[in-house]
Design a protein. Structure first.
Lengths: 140, 140
DNA sequence: TATTAAACGATAATTATTATCAAACGTCAA
DNA sequence: TTGACGTTTGATAATAATTATCGTTTAATA
């Protein structure tokens, strides 16, 4: 407890963030959840320890943590749906900045190969590879 | 023109969809856009040919096309953000049904290897592989 | 401990999407 | 062709997810 609090204190110091009770409880909630929660679920969990916390505070701190690199969003594609008519197996090149998506032919990369067994009972439908980076336009 | 209309007619017949002017214009707009548009952008494009079309019609037809397999959403992760605290390079196992995400260690799969050069000026930051399928729970 | 900037809580606003429902349209059999 | 019936459309309300606003409270630090 004391130890974790101190750890969090120095994490915040490193990133120039004020140490608040809400912030610490949100961070600890996130660290304890290994199932990639959405903000609403984090809110519900945090509310058990701080019933009066505001949903906006949870959103704001998540944003702060992501901006500071303490936390990541699983995908660049949350938000509005993105559509495609290319039904052949293929992959994507994605720009972190402008979110532009460019197709990459399936044949343009070596097939994905697993070294380990997947969890029991999971039936694979397809693999999707994203090459993530900055496009020409955004890197200048 | 006549040819495309006939093609669309049989596509609809195959999938049990009524052939409407709106539906055809939306489909042709989508087929002509190779930049993975969102529904709003499709709406703007379609409005040039049918200024009176409703945004809801665009959404409904996109849904219909996706359900019929004529169209795909680029990612399973549109909608609410999903968060993770695992900052080490890793990949994901994703269930198409319940959207559960499970981490896959970077070492659990062979490194992604490109056979072809990427478009000029794109600087790769990382690769993200998604193993997409049905989890144990959802496949029963 | 006083000052100042950062964060909080309440809530309004915005964005993305789905639901509702009456009117118009497409399908198909007579 | 026409008429009955189910589907689709358009207008708009409702919902979900997120961000903005702003007055109050709290943390940092001098």
């Amino acid at each position: 407890m004391q130890f974790d609090a101190d750890q969090f204190r120095s994490l915040c110091a490193e990133h120039g963030l004020a140490v608040t009770h809400q912030r610490q409880v949100i961070y600890q909630a996130l660290m304890s959840m290994h199932d990639h929660p959405n903000p609403e679920v984090v809110y519900e969990k945090v509310r058990k320890r701080i019933p009066s916390i505001s949903l906006a505070t949870v959103y704001k701190n998540i944003k702060t943590f992501v901006d500071s690199g303490l936390l990541r969003e699983v995908s660049l594609h949350h938000g509005p749906a993105r559509l495609e008519t290319n039904l052949d197996p293929h992959h994507h090149l994605v720009c972190i900045q402008c979110k532009t998506i460019v197709d990459l032919d399936d044949g343009d990369l070596e097939p994905v190969r697993l070294k380990k067994k997947l969890p029991r009972g999971f039936s694979v439908q397809r693999y999707s590879v994203e090459v993530i980076g900055l496009c020409k336009h955004c890197s200048t």
